[in-house]
Write a protein that binds this ligand. Structure first.
Ligand code: SAH
Length: 206
């Protein structure tokens, strides 16, 4: 039986998941969000760009305590509704706010970053450079997250300039371990995840 496209986003889609227009093209596919969350089981995680909750919900299902931030109040309403469908709303603190402004007052084991890629047109550029991320360039977003913790996970377009992504690790002081993976859904490359600090596989084995 063929899987419905919306069930690839949320397996419980038919139980009452709600989305808005931006949510449709920006939510992380559930399979990818589960994989990302597996790196941080039972830790305190800040999801700086929560959207409709695709990632925050999977972190909570992996027994994390989650601080879920989004600048758009409607997104937080939708994310709360969606977390209730999965029965994990009790593990998530929902915050309407600007992650970049709030970061200096936050503490966590891991920061997850899936900032806007600038709409579906990100696919049209040959190489997606980090300055194309919103609401600020990727170097600035990373630097702000780095003040909270070196353990950072970044979800980026499949055409991202990998040299720049690695540069984020080298430019850190001290230099951070980094691991990069391609994320496929039904054999299509949907995005790239960069794991920094002790969210990498090698450092977790230590
Ligand atoms: N990972 C999410 C999708 C994130 S889309 C999911 O799976 O559902 C990116 C989100 O970043 C959008 O919802 C947008 O409202 C939010 N955003 C943009 N600028 C922001 C800022 N400065 N602080 C917090 N959230 C912001």
């Amino acid at each position: 039986m063929e899987t419905k496209p919306q069930s690839l986003l949320f397996s419980l889609y038919d139980e009452g998941i709600q989305m808005d227009e931006e949510g449709w093209y920006s939510v992380t596919h559930e399979e990818i969000a589960i994989r990302q969350a597996q790196r941080c089981a039972s830790r305190v995680v800040i999801d700086g760009f929560t959207g409709v909750g695709g990632n925050a919900i999977q972190f909570a299902r992996m027994h994390c305590k989650v601080v879920a931030i989004d600048i758009d109040p409607r997104k937080i309403e939708l994310a709360l509704n969606n977390a209730k469908i999965y029965g994990v709303e009790g593990q998530i603190d929902f915050v309407v706010g600007d992650f970049l402004q709030q970061a200096s007052s936050l503490k966590a084991d891991v920061v997850f970053l899936s900032p806007p890629w600038g709409g579906p047109s990100y696919k049209n550029v040959k190489k997606f450079t980090l300055d194309l991320l919103k609401p600020k360039d990727g170097y600035s977003i990373f630097r702000i997250a780095r003040k909270i913790t070196p353990n950072i996970i970044m979800f980026l377009p499949r055409n991202v300039d990998l040299r720049q992504v690695k540069e984020l690790a080298w430019l850190s002081n001290p230099t951070l371990p980094i691991e990069i993976e391609g994320n496929y859904v039904e054999n299509n490359l949907m995005g790239i995840t960069a794991y920094f600090g002790n969210t990498t596989r090698t450092s977790r084995l230590r």
